[in-house]
Design a protein. Structure first.
Length: 269
């Protein structure tokens, strides 16, 4: 096993070795074919294939996630969608820039501009002026078909909950580094939550969010803002790279439980 491989790939290799499953890693680790006898399954990116196509698409779209949660009354951070004007006037409203400016004016403390689909905290900008807004929009539109704008909020705490079939397998807070963002790729550190009120509240909100979009294996980020927990985003691919370096046994056990479900489902069919 190459030590440079992602923890996700290492976990699948380990599971395969213990369960008689052939694991064929392709495309630099981004496509993994798993075979046991006549049974075949694929993992792609950080997705092991337990979630339906529609749940996966909703989770990977920040705007759609926020809309779906708000329809069902699950507290969340709003994400307003703007499509890339290069898509043409038949798709994009001519007043898109005025609408962006309106959101900035409505939020004097600033807004956050980021791609509509996840990028691990890259191309995420805090914006307080029109010039910054134009620069951020230009940057995001240069690499994305859509961006979302959220009100900038003072996040008192951010917690990630990893669920499998409504059971919280992992819950940890993201201890922010020097960056204002809580992204683990930006230097935040995962700190496991002990059982208690905070973990229970975060787990309940995460389960409500997962049920709202019908997703089975999922990583959900919740934030504490103005005394209330709200969903920030839902990730259909479950990434535990930073956590796995500190708690490899916990990451492995979580992927093992999910892979048990993958291969149990095959036995049933």
């Amino acid at each position: 096993m190459a030590s440079s491989e992602r923890i996700f790939v290492q976990a699948i290799r380990s599971y395969g070795a213990r369960h008689g499953i052939d694991v064929d890693v392709r495309a630099g680790g981004w496509l993994i074919a798993m075979r046991r006898g006549a049974m075949r399954r694929f993992a792609f990116g950080y997705d092991i294939g337990l979630n339906s196509a529609i749940a996966h698409r909703l989770a990977n779209d920040k705007s759609a996630t926020a809309e779906a949660l708000s329809i069902l009354g699950v507290p969340c951070i709003p994400h307003h969608l703007f499509l890339n004007p290069k898509l043409g006037s038949n798709v994009v409203d001519a007043a898109w820039r005025e609408a962006m400016l309106g959101l900035l004016l409505d939020n004097p403390q600033g807004v956050v501009v980021k791609p509509n689909e996840g990028t691990s905290g890259r191309s995420v900008f805090k914006v307080t002026t029109e010039t910054e807004l134009d620069r951020a929009a230009g940057e995001v539109f240069s690499m994305s078909t859509g961006l979302v704008i959220s009100p900038y909020v003072e996040i008192e705490n951010e917690v990630r909950v990893i669920l499998l079939d409504d059971v919280p397998r992992v819950a940890y807070s993201k201890q922010r580094g020097s960056d204002w963002k809580h992204n683990l790729d930006a230097g935040a550190k995962p700190v496991l939550l002990e059982d208690g009120e905070v973990r229970a509240a975060c787990a309940k909100l995460a389960i409500d969010a997962a049920n709202a979009i019908g997703i089975a294996f999922v990583s959900i980020d919740v934030v504490h803002v103005d005394g209330e927990w709200r969903v920030l985003e839902i990730n259909s691919g479950v990434m535990m790279e930073a956590l796995g370096k500190l708690h490899p046994e916990l990451a492995q056990a979580t992927y093992d439980a999910a892979l048990d479900r993958v291969f149990e489902e095959q036995r049933e069919h």
